[in-house]
Ligand binder design. Sequence first.
Ligand SMILES: [Zn+2]
Length: 107
Amino acid sequence: MRQQLLSGKTVATCSHCGKKSPLISQSLGVCLDCIRRDFGKVSQIAAFMSSLNHDIPYALLAFHPDFLMGDLPTTSAYHAQEALEAARAQELGRVRIGNIHLLGDAC
Ligand SMILES: [Zn+2]
């Protein structure tokens, strides 16, 4: 991943969309927008679980950078709500957002 230092902030280029930003994970090489935009995995997991049993519990946990990817913020409340709706659209009846206290206010 190519990085440059501008005004004291490390700026990198997203390997997915090409955007330059200080909010690009050094571990993943992709920007926060690309990470948040893709609810496909949540939907796929929920669809698989729903195909087995509509009552399987599914807890969506907020990301918190304790070990790796410390350069990314916590999951936003908006992103968590979008993921919740994507999972519920797959007809799973017991979907919830876990560790709500970690949710941030970024979009
Ligand atoms: Zn991107």
